[in-house]
Structures are given as structure tokens and as C-alpha cells.
Design a binder for this molecule. Structure first.
Ligand SMILES: [Ca+2]
Length: 124
């Protein structure tokens, strides 16, 4: 395996909770694997919105390039999760997850206020 090499791309559903255990995380890789996942969300109003991430080993969550959650990034270990609330203005926002697993079990989860993932219909 090439350190820092890209081994492929994929997609996740809007929210997810995977527990790969000791098995394959992606392709043929069950250890020493990482991913960056990006998504765009739409805040239907200005206000506070909740985000939750969970990981084995580590994960970080950024919104509009601001780090808002760090879950075991330096340390890792068994699965743990963290939540926070963030003030968002009405409109589109960029969400970015970075995840890694070293060895042993692997798990990754993401959830947020479902209001951010709801289609808004505009009748014209
Ligand atoms: Ca692990």
C-alpha cells in the first residue's frame, strides 16, 4: 500500500453509521485507511443546528472550513461519539469529514439535524 495514495472514491448516504469491525472498510483495506467526505447542506433558517460524529479511530468535522468537532483525532481507540451545536446562517454550507482507522475495529458515523437535509419546494 502506498502511503498517502488514493485508493478510490465512493458515496455515503446523507447520514450513516457503519461498523466494519475488523473487516474491509474500502476496497481491500481493513487497516491504515482514511477518507475525506464532503457534502453540501441547506439551512432553511438562521439558528443553531446539531451535528454528531462517531469514530474508531478518529474523525474531524468542519463546516465552511471551520473545525467544529474532533472525535479522538489524536488517540483513537474504541468507538466513541461527540455532538455539538453550531450557529448557521440561512443558506448553503459545506460539510467536510476526515476519518482514519489504524488497526483493529473500524467504525464511522455522521448525523445532523435532519432539517438540514430536507428538500425545500419553491412553487413558481
Ligand atoms: Ca481502529
Amino acid at each position: 500500500m502506498k502511503r498517502g495514495g488514493e485508493v478510490g472514491t465512493g458515496t455515503f448516504p446523507s447520514t450513516f453509521s457503519y461498523n466494519w469491525g475488523d473487516g474491509v472498510v474500502f476496497g481491500n483495506y481493513n487497516d491504515f485507511i482514511a477518507f475525506t467526505a464532503t457534502a453540501e447542506v441547506f439551512a432553511p433558517r438562521s439558528g443553531m443546528f446539531e451535528f454528531t460524529i462517531g469514530s474508531d479511530d478518529g474523525m474531524k468535522l468542519s463546516v465552511d472550513d471551520n473545525l467544529i468537532l474532533d472525535c479522538q483525532w489524536s488517540g483513537g481507540g474504541s468507538y466513541a461519539s461527540k455532538s455539538t451545536q453550531v450557529q448557521l446562517s440561512k443558506g448553503k454550507h459545506q460539510v467536510r469529514l476526515v476519518y482514519y482507522d489504524r488497526t483493529g475495529g473500524a467504525a464511522a458515523s455522521f448525523d445532523c439535524d435532519h432539517e438540514l437535509l430536507t428538500w425545500t419546494e419553491t412553487v413558481q
